[in-house]
Design a protein around this ligand. Structure first.
Ligand code: HSE
Length: 293
Protein backbone atom coordinates (compact mmCIF):
# COMPACT_ATOMS: atom_id res chain seq x y z
CA UNK A 1 0.00 0.00 0.00
CA UNK A 2 1.05 3.55 -0.57
CA UNK A 3 1.10 5.65 2.59
CA UNK A 4 0.82 9.42 3.00
CA UNK A 5 1.14 11.40 6.22
CA UNK A 6 -0.97 14.56 5.92
CA UNK A 7 -0.63 17.10 8.74
CA UNK A 8 -3.31 18.78 10.77
CA UNK A 9 -3.52 22.50 10.12
CA UNK A 10 -4.64 25.75 11.67
CA UNK A 11 -6.69 28.10 9.48
CA UNK A 12 -7.48 31.82 9.76
CA UNK A 13 -4.68 32.77 12.22
CA UNK A 14 -6.99 35.55 13.45
CA UNK A 15 -6.46 38.22 10.84
CA UNK A 16 -6.64 35.91 7.79
CA UNK A 17 -10.20 34.59 8.02
CA UNK A 18 -10.78 32.05 5.23
CA UNK A 19 -7.36 32.94 3.78
CA UNK A 20 -4.39 32.10 6.06
CA UNK A 21 -3.38 28.63 7.16
CA UNK A 22 -0.36 26.76 8.47
CA UNK A 23 0.70 23.13 8.63
CA UNK A 24 1.33 21.67 12.06
CA UNK A 25 4.29 19.37 12.61
CA UNK A 26 1.89 17.14 14.60
CA UNK A 27 -0.73 15.69 14.82
CA UNK A 28 -1.40 14.16 11.38
CA UNK A 29 -3.65 11.73 9.53
CA UNK A 30 -2.10 8.68 7.92
CA UNK A 31 -3.84 7.71 4.68
CA UNK A 32 -3.05 4.37 2.99
CA UNK A 33 -4.34 3.47 -0.47
CA UNK A 34 -4.30 0.53 -2.84
CA UNK A 35 -5.95 0.12 -6.23
CA UNK A 36 -9.40 -1.49 -6.23
CA UNK A 37 -12.42 -1.81 -8.51
CA UNK A 38 -14.42 0.65 -6.47
CA UNK A 39 -13.89 3.24 -3.75
CA UNK A 40 -14.08 1.98 -0.16
CA UNK A 41 -13.10 3.76 3.04
CA UNK A 42 -12.19 2.52 6.53
CA UNK A 43 -11.54 5.03 9.30
CA UNK A 44 -9.70 4.37 12.57
CA UNK A 45 -8.17 6.62 15.23
CA UNK A 46 -9.33 9.85 16.89
CA UNK A 47 -13.07 10.42 16.52
CA UNK A 48 -13.41 7.74 13.83
CA UNK A 49 -16.87 6.80 15.14
CA UNK A 50 -18.15 10.20 13.95
CA UNK A 51 -16.76 9.98 10.42
CA UNK A 52 -18.87 8.54 7.59
CA UNK A 53 -17.27 5.75 5.57
CA UNK A 54 -19.70 6.24 2.67
CA UNK A 55 -17.37 7.59 -0.08
CA UNK A 56 -19.89 10.23 -1.14
CA UNK A 57 -19.97 11.61 2.43
CA UNK A 58 -16.26 11.41 3.23
CA UNK A 59 -13.75 14.05 2.09
CA UNK A 60 -11.31 11.36 0.91
CA UNK A 61 -14.04 9.57 -1.04
CA UNK A 62 -15.00 12.73 -2.87
CA UNK A 63 -11.36 13.31 -3.75
CA UNK A 64 -11.14 9.75 -5.14
CA UNK A 65 -14.20 10.46 -7.28
CA UNK A 66 -12.69 13.76 -8.48
CA UNK A 67 -9.47 11.97 -9.47
CA UNK A 68 -11.34 8.99 -10.98
CA UNK A 69 -9.12 6.82 -8.78
CA UNK A 70 -11.01 3.86 -7.31
CA UNK A 71 -9.14 2.56 -4.29
CA UNK A 72 -9.34 0.96 -0.90
CA UNK A 73 -8.62 3.90 1.40
CA UNK A 74 -7.59 3.39 5.04
CA UNK A 75 -7.54 6.55 7.16
CA UNK A 76 -5.94 6.63 10.60
CA UNK A 77 -7.11 9.90 12.18
CA UNK A 78 -4.61 11.91 14.20
CA UNK A 79 -7.14 14.50 15.29
CA UNK A 80 -10.88 14.22 15.79
CA UNK A 81 -13.36 16.02 13.53
CA UNK A 82 -14.85 19.39 14.58
CA UNK A 83 -11.58 20.27 16.32
CA UNK A 84 -10.56 23.42 14.46
CA UNK A 85 -7.35 21.63 13.54
CA UNK A 86 -8.25 20.72 9.96
CA UNK A 87 -9.23 17.11 10.57
CA UNK A 88 -11.35 16.59 7.45
CA UNK A 89 -8.88 18.60 5.37
CA UNK A 90 -5.99 16.33 6.42
CA UNK A 91 -7.91 13.30 5.11
CA UNK A 92 -8.76 15.12 1.87
CA UNK A 93 -5.18 16.28 1.43
CA UNK A 94 -3.74 12.85 2.23
CA UNK A 95 -6.10 11.15 -0.20
CA UNK A 96 -5.36 13.67 -2.98
CA UNK A 97 -1.59 13.24 -2.67
CA UNK A 98 -1.81 9.45 -2.26
CA UNK A 99 -4.19 8.79 -5.17
CA UNK A 100 -2.32 11.17 -7.48
CA UNK A 101 0.78 9.06 -6.81
CA UNK A 102 -1.01 5.67 -6.91
CA UNK A 103 -2.58 6.37 -10.30
CA UNK A 104 0.31 8.48 -11.59
CA UNK A 105 -2.08 11.32 -12.42
CA UNK A 106 0.70 13.90 -12.62
CA UNK A 107 -1.10 16.78 -10.92
CA UNK A 108 1.07 19.40 -9.25
CA UNK A 109 0.69 20.01 -5.54
CA UNK A 110 -1.06 23.33 -6.32
CA UNK A 111 -3.57 21.52 -8.54
CA UNK A 112 -4.16 18.96 -5.80
CA UNK A 113 -5.11 21.80 -3.42
CA UNK A 114 -8.15 22.56 -5.60
CA UNK A 115 -9.12 18.89 -5.86
CA UNK A 116 -8.83 18.39 -2.09
CA UNK A 117 -10.89 21.55 -1.53
CA UNK A 118 -13.76 19.86 -3.38
CA UNK A 119 -13.58 17.09 -0.78
CA UNK A 120 -13.70 19.71 1.96
CA UNK A 121 -16.87 21.12 0.43
CA UNK A 122 -18.68 17.92 1.41
CA UNK A 123 -18.30 18.62 5.10
CA UNK A 124 -18.16 22.41 5.26
CA UNK A 125 -20.58 23.22 2.43
CA UNK A 126 -18.04 25.43 0.70
CA UNK A 127 -14.73 24.63 -1.00
CA UNK A 128 -12.38 26.44 1.42
CA UNK A 129 -8.71 25.83 0.69
CA UNK A 130 -7.36 27.41 3.89
CA UNK A 131 -6.84 24.00 5.54
CA UNK A 132 -6.09 21.76 2.55
CA UNK A 133 -3.48 24.18 1.15
CA UNK A 134 -1.12 23.98 4.15
CA UNK A 135 -1.77 20.26 4.60
CA UNK A 136 -0.58 19.64 1.02
CA UNK A 137 2.03 22.38 0.62
CA UNK A 138 3.34 22.77 4.19
CA UNK A 139 4.48 25.97 5.89
CA UNK A 140 2.29 29.10 5.89
CA UNK A 141 -0.23 29.53 3.09
CA UNK A 142 -2.37 32.34 1.71
CA UNK A 143 -5.36 30.81 -0.13
CA UNK A 144 -7.41 33.07 -2.42
CA UNK A 145 -9.74 32.40 -5.32
CA UNK A 146 -6.98 33.42 -7.72
CA UNK A 147 -4.40 30.99 -6.31
CA UNK A 148 -2.39 29.89 -3.31
CA UNK A 149 0.87 31.44 -2.09
CA UNK A 150 3.10 29.29 0.10
CA UNK A 151 5.82 30.53 2.44
CA UNK A 152 8.25 28.19 4.16
CA UNK A 153 8.13 29.25 7.76
CA UNK A 154 9.30 27.87 11.05
CA UNK A 155 7.88 28.75 14.45
CA UNK A 156 7.24 26.89 17.71
CA UNK A 157 3.54 26.53 18.48
CA UNK A 158 1.10 25.02 20.92
CA UNK A 159 -2.22 23.72 19.59
CA UNK A 160 -4.71 23.07 22.35
CA UNK A 161 -7.88 21.06 21.82
CA UNK A 162 -10.58 21.49 24.48
CA UNK A 163 -13.06 18.66 24.75
CA UNK A 164 -15.93 20.78 23.42
CA UNK A 165 -18.01 20.45 20.28
CA UNK A 166 -18.34 23.54 18.07
CA UNK A 167 -19.75 22.82 14.64
CA UNK A 168 -18.28 24.78 11.74
CA UNK A 169 -21.85 25.62 10.79
CA UNK A 170 -22.47 27.33 14.17
CA UNK A 171 -19.08 28.99 14.08
CA UNK A 172 -19.86 30.49 10.67
CA UNK A 173 -23.30 31.59 11.75
CA UNK A 174 -21.85 33.94 14.40
CA UNK A 175 -19.51 35.69 11.93
CA UNK A 176 -20.77 39.28 11.43
CA UNK A 177 -22.00 40.18 7.94
CA UNK A 178 -20.34 43.58 7.90
CA UNK A 179 -17.25 45.33 9.26
CA UNK A 180 -16.56 48.98 9.93
CA UNK A 181 -13.78 50.83 8.13
CA UNK A 182 -11.87 50.97 11.44
CA UNK A 183 -12.11 47.19 11.82
CA UNK A 184 -10.99 46.64 8.24
CA UNK A 185 -7.95 48.87 8.69
CA UNK A 186 -7.06 47.07 11.91
CA UNK A 187 -7.40 43.62 10.26
CA UNK A 188 -5.30 44.61 7.25
CA UNK A 189 -2.61 45.89 9.60
CA UNK A 190 -2.59 42.61 11.51
CA UNK A 191 -2.58 40.46 8.38
CA UNK A 192 0.36 42.39 6.93
CA UNK A 193 2.25 42.19 10.22
CA UNK A 194 1.66 38.44 10.41
CA UNK A 195 2.81 37.89 6.81
CA UNK A 196 6.01 39.87 7.39
CA UNK A 197 6.55 37.91 10.59
CA UNK A 198 6.25 34.60 8.75
CA UNK A 199 8.85 35.74 6.21
CA UNK A 200 11.24 36.85 8.93
CA UNK A 201 10.53 33.90 11.21
CA UNK A 202 9.71 36.46 13.90
CA UNK A 203 7.36 35.07 16.58
CA UNK A 204 6.64 38.51 18.04
CA UNK A 205 5.39 39.89 14.73
CA UNK A 206 3.34 36.75 14.06
CA UNK A 207 1.86 36.89 17.56
CA UNK A 208 0.84 40.54 17.08
CA UNK A 209 -0.53 39.75 13.65
CA UNK A 210 -3.01 37.22 15.08
CA UNK A 211 -5.00 40.09 16.59
CA UNK A 212 -8.43 40.55 15.02
CA UNK A 213 -11.62 42.05 16.46
CA UNK A 214 -14.45 40.86 14.18
CA UNK A 215 -14.57 37.08 13.75
CA UNK A 216 -12.44 35.90 16.67
CA UNK A 217 -14.38 37.57 19.53
CA UNK A 218 -17.68 36.22 18.13
CA UNK A 219 -16.30 32.70 17.97
CA UNK A 220 -14.52 32.90 21.32
CA UNK A 221 -17.96 33.05 22.95
CA UNK A 222 -18.62 29.51 21.73
CA UNK A 223 -15.51 28.18 23.52
CA UNK A 224 -16.03 27.83 27.25
CA UNK A 225 -12.83 28.96 29.03
CA UNK A 226 -11.25 30.59 25.96
CA UNK A 227 -10.59 34.07 27.39
CA UNK A 228 -8.98 32.70 30.57
CA UNK A 229 -6.90 30.24 28.55
CA UNK A 230 -5.75 32.99 26.20
CA UNK A 231 -4.70 35.27 29.07
CA UNK A 232 -2.91 32.43 30.83
CA UNK A 233 -0.98 31.49 27.69
CA UNK A 234 0.08 35.11 27.11
CA UNK A 235 1.22 35.37 30.75
CA UNK A 236 3.19 32.15 30.25
CA UNK A 237 5.12 33.69 27.34
CA UNK A 238 3.04 33.11 24.20
CA UNK A 239 3.41 36.01 21.75
CA UNK A 240 -0.16 35.61 20.52
CA UNK A 241 -3.16 33.32 20.93
CA UNK A 242 -6.20 32.86 18.71
CA UNK A 243 -9.00 30.49 17.82
CA UNK A 244 -7.73 27.76 15.49
CA UNK A 245 -9.95 27.51 12.41
CA UNK A 246 -13.59 27.48 13.37
CA UNK A 247 -12.66 26.30 16.89
CA UNK A 248 -12.78 24.96 19.50
CA UNK A 249 -9.02 24.43 19.05
CA UNK A 250 -6.75 27.24 20.23
CA UNK A 251 -3.41 28.17 18.68
CA UNK A 252 -0.56 29.82 20.60
CA UNK A 253 2.67 31.14 19.06
CA UNK A 254 5.82 30.75 21.16
CA UNK A 255 9.24 32.43 21.06
CA UNK A 256 11.20 29.22 21.57
CA UNK A 257 10.68 25.47 21.71
CA UNK A 258 11.49 25.68 25.41
CA UNK A 259 8.54 28.04 26.02
CA UNK A 260 6.00 25.55 24.68
CA UNK A 261 5.82 23.46 27.82
CA UNK A 262 4.75 26.31 30.10
CA UNK A 263 2.35 27.70 27.49
CA UNK A 264 0.76 24.26 27.08
CA UNK A 265 0.44 23.89 30.87
CA UNK A 266 -1.13 27.34 31.17
CA UNK A 267 -3.74 26.52 28.52
CA UNK A 268 -4.56 23.14 30.06
CA UNK A 269 -4.81 24.55 33.60
CA UNK A 270 -7.10 27.37 32.49
CA UNK A 271 -9.44 25.02 30.64
CA UNK A 272 -9.36 22.69 33.63
CA UNK A 273 -10.39 25.59 35.91
CA UNK A 274 -13.32 26.17 33.54
CA UNK A 275 -14.30 22.51 33.91
CA UNK A 276 -13.17 21.62 30.39
CA UNK A 277 -10.87 18.69 29.61
CA UNK A 278 -8.29 19.50 26.97
CA UNK A 279 -5.13 18.18 25.40
CA UNK A 280 -2.21 20.18 24.09
CA UNK A 281 0.21 19.48 21.26
CA UNK A 282 3.65 21.05 21.58
CA UNK A 283 4.28 21.45 17.90
CA UNK A 284 5.65 23.79 15.21
CA UNK A 285 4.96 24.90 11.67
CA UNK A 286 5.61 21.77 9.66
CA UNK A 287 5.96 20.33 6.20
CA UNK A 288 3.19 19.28 3.82
CA UNK A 289 1.92 15.79 3.06
CA UNK A 290 4.68 13.20 2.77
CA UNK A 291 4.54 10.06 0.62
CA UNK A 292 5.97 6.76 1.86
CA UNK A 293 6.08 3.88 -0.64
N1 HSE B 1 -11.89 29.29 7.45
C1 HSE B 1 -12.84 28.32 7.90
C2 HSE B 1 -13.65 28.91 9.04
C3 HSE B 1 -12.08 27.11 8.40
O1 HSE B 1 -13.06 29.55 9.90
O2 HSE B 1 -14.86 28.76 9.07
C4 HSE B 1 -12.99 25.99 8.82
O3 HSE B 1 -13.54 25.35 7.69
Amino acid sequence: MLTVRAPATSANLGSGFDVFGLALDAPADVVRVERADEISIEVTGAGSQYIPEDPSQNTAGVVAQELDAPARILIDKGVRPASGLGSSAASAAGAAVALNELYDRGYSREELVHIAAEGEAVVSGAAHADNVAPSILGGFTIARDDGVTQVDASLPLVACLPDLVVSTRDARRVVPDTVTMEEMVDTVGSAATLTAGMHRGDPDLVGRGLSEEVVTPARAELINGYEAARSAALDAGATGVTVSGAGPGVLAVCRSKGDRRQVASALLDAFDDAGVDARAYQTAIGRGAQVFE
